[in-house]
Design a binder for this molecule. Structure first.
Ligand code: C2E
Ligand code: MG
Ligand code: MG
Ligand code: MG
Length: 287
């Protein structure tokens, strides 16, 4: 695959993970088998509304139970898979599994959504919205139950195509969030024309929010920009009570982070929902 560049230097592929490296080729071969043999799994990290403390949904995060190396995080294999045809079956599995899990939560009467991260190449695939629509129908889910998290890179590599796909997703009710916002290249004037539902402030600006004035300035600006554009603003990587309190002051809408919960195995999602319940406050860390 060619590395595409736009004027601003956005890259579709991560050059740090060269698939011609022998070890990486080996890992890719193992991943192909691993996907077929059911070695992937998803953890789910709650997204909580700051004002009410209500869990509004969960972000699905993929892990690979490698037969000899143990559990591997997505940073080890997603950038690699993204450069190959493997990304397709991997994403298809994640979407299907996340939809199945979300349907299970909702069958118990809860209004929850699941967020799935998709790479730039997936966003730019022909007929992504059509595939998503079929998948939702199979799972018996309304579009509102699914959110896709994309990065600024995906949008900047091919803005026309990306915008078209985003419109198609919106037409079927699927929400889109721009992940890691503030860390990339999105032109702010362009953002206003994109049909997205939310902005996720990059973790890099959230972790040291309280003792770093520049980080706080970025967080403040993202909240203001998001609200001006009518979007929901989410902070990821909230690790301390202090950061959460500051985010509340800044008017941030939703939070995610180790303070409230690490990504949870699916078996722990029900316990989380029971413990936090509707209306539980985010001020306190659940036991
Ligand atoms: P992301 O979407 O920005 O996800 C947030 C990452 O931050 C996750 O790492 C999460 O576990 C971690 N995190 C959450 N709260 C905190 C916190 O309070 N402190 C710190 N230090 N970290 C926190 P993870 O699971 O390793 O995922 C890394 C990245 O891999 C994700 O970043 C996402 O871009 C990608 N990814 C994960 N799952 C998938 C997937 O199914 N498909 C694709 N295409 N990408 C995925
Ligand atoms: Mg994400
Ligand atoms: Mg993120
Ligand atoms: Mg990230």
């Amino acid at each position: 695959y060619q590395v595409k560049r736009d004027g601003g230097g956005a890259r579709l592929y991560d050059e740090a993970s060269d698939p011609h490296d022998e070890a990486q080729l080996g890992l890719l071969a193992q991943l192909r088998v691993g996907i077929e043999q059911g070695q992937l799994l998803l953890d789910y990290q709650p997204k909580v509304e700051l004002r009410t403390g209500v869990t509004v949904g969960f972000e699905a995060l993929v892990r690979w139970e490698h037969p000899t190396r143990g559990r591997l995080g997505p940073d080890v294999f997603i950038p690699l898979a993204e450069r190959t045809a493997l990304m397709r079956p991997l994403t298809a599995w994640v979407l299907r599994e996340a939809a199945r899990e979300c349907a299970r939560w909702r069958s118990e009467g809860r209004d929850l959504s699941v967020a799935v991260n998709i790479t730039p190449r997936t966003l730019l695939e022909p007929d992504l919205a059509g595939q998503v629509a079929r998948l939702l129908a199979d799972a018996g889910l309304p579009g509102e139950a699914l959110e896709l998290e994309i990065t600024e890179t995906a949008v900047m590599v091919d803005p026309v195509r990306a915008a078209q796909t985003l419109r198609e997703l919106r037409a079927i009710g699927v929400g889109v969030a721009i992940d890691d916002f503030g860390a990339g290249y999105t032109s702010l004037s362009y953002l206003k024309s994109l049909p997205v539902r939310s902005l996720k402030i990059d973790r890099g600006f959230v972790t040291h929010l309280v003792d770093n004035r520049e980080d706080e300035a970025v967080a403040r600006s993202v909240v203001a920009l998001g609200h001006d554009l009518g979007l929901t603003v989410v902070a990821e990587g909230v690790e301390t009570e202090e950061a959460q309190a500051r985010l509340r002051e800044l008017g941030c809408d939703e939070v995610q982070g180790y303070l409230l919960a690490r990504p949870l195995p699916s078996a722990e999602v029900d316990a989380w929902l029971q413990r936090t319940g509707p209306g539980a406050t985010t001020g306190a860390r659940p036991a």
